[in-house]
Design a protein around this ligand. Structure first.
Ligand SMILES: *Cc1c(COP(=O)(O)O)cnc(C)c1O
Length: 368
């Protein structure tokens, strides 16, 4: 029994991924202990924020970093920082940024929704989202043409949510930004490499704490010292309702330390074995087919893709998904390609015994 069942909620099998919908990830004992210890004494918060920034930067290669309550908050702080440049008179009127440079240029295929839209996150920080190109093609001229005296930054979103074809590369966006003396922000919220984008020359990179790091609910932006100082200042402005607690910060720092020493290859191998188990077992269920696929954004994440064998069954994949979610335990798969008849199973968040339960529930559903 988990604490959630203690308060009357159903058990959940998460084969969806590190998603906010289900609580993103679970804490290791080590991270949980660090968070508890952090919560049990006092500290000067400003000093903690500054020290956390220094420590995070050791893992990213950034000049400095600003800790945040989540990646979305880090985007808001970053944008508000670039617009106000630490000026109190501007900070005090954000998100109203009328009459001052406030435009953030991004490619149309990057204007995503991740539980809220990117345009909303930019607007909270006073930013105006300027989408360029079309959803399937962006050329450098589209970006160049959108840059004017109101532009404060270029934004590149590295995510499986983005359109993957026809978009400009990070290098191209970086070069355009720097040619115009503008910073390039990269939203790498769900990415697994914490050094890569700084090394590529991005000025500011945003990460989520609870996704790849499996930390307490948290996030951060890492990069150029001057811009990070602007972002930190926002805790006296629009950042006030986004504050991260001391326990959350200590959990994040411990998770960064663990991540650096983790055997990631072993983890990928174990996940691949789970995917193979799921595929083998599901292929034995009359009416279902399963194959192994890799993450659209190219991360070392493998999933099992389930489809209905229409020669054998007239069951709709939508109904199978609905029944999985309606049962007890609730089984949550990735439904983003349901419209194409595909249901994806992510092995990473599965707990002991979960994969067997998924197979037996699918057997029941296909019989019923
Ligand atoms: C998850 C995600 C976010 C939001 O991260 P939070 O930490 O949940 O706020 C932003 N951008 C992308 C690309 C994401 O995948």
């Amino acid at each position: 029994m988990s604490v959630y069942q203690d308060i009357g909620l159903k058990k959940v099998i998460n084969c969806c991924g590190r998603v906010t919908l289900l609580g993103v990830s679970t804490l290791s004992d080590e991270v949980a202990r660090a968070a508890v210890a952090g919560g049990q004494s006092y500290v000067v918060i400003e000093d903690l924020i500054n020290r956390a920034g220094e420590i995070i930067s050791q893992y990213t290669g950034g000049e400095d970093s600003c800790v945040a309550s989540c990646a979305s908050a880090a985007i808001c702080l970053t944008v508000a920082g670039l617009i106000s440049k630490g000026k109190k008179s501007i900070m005090d009127r954000l998100p109203n940024s009328e009459g001052i440079p406030n435009e953030i240029v991004l490619q149309k295929g990057h204007s995503i929704e991740f539980g809220g839209t990117m345009a909303t996150m930019l607007r909270i920080g006073g930013g105006v989202s300027v989408e360029v190109g079309t959803v399937n093609e962006v050329v450098p001229e589209d970006v160049e043409g959108a840059i004017n005296e109101k532009t404060v930054a270029l934004l590149y979103v590295k995510s499986h949510h983005c359109v993957q074809k026809g978009m400009l590369t990070i290098e191209t966006m970086r070069d355009i930004a720097h040619r115009h003396q503008l910073p390039l922000i990269i939203d790498a919220a769900a990415e697994e490499d914490f050094r890569k984008y700084i090394a590529m020359g991005a000025d500011l990179v945003v990460y989520s704490g609870a996704k790849a790091l499996e930390a307490t609910t948290s996030g951060f932006v890492t990069g150029k010292k001057e811009y990070i100082a602007y972002a930190k200042k926002q805790y006296h402005g629009i950042g006030r309702p986004m504050k991260i607690g001391k326990e959350g910060i200590m959990g994040l720092l411990k998770a960064l330390d663990r991540y650096e020493n983790k055997d990631r290859e072993k983890e990928v191998k174990e996940n691949l074995e789970k995917v193979r188990y799921l595929c083998d077992e599901i292929n034995r269920i009359p009416g279902l087919k399963a194959v192994q696929i890799q993450d659209e954004a190219g991360r070392a994440i493998y999933r099992a893709r389930v489809t209905v064998d229409t020669a054998v069954s007239d069951k709709k994949i939508e109904d199978i998904n609905r029944e999985l979610r309606a049962g007890d335990p609730i089984i949550y798969c990735r439904a983003e390609f349901l419209n194409l008849g595909e249901l994806d199973l992510d092995p990473r968040p599965l707990c002991e015994g979960d994969k067997e339960l998924i197979v037996s529930r699918l057997k029941e559903i296909m019989k019923g």
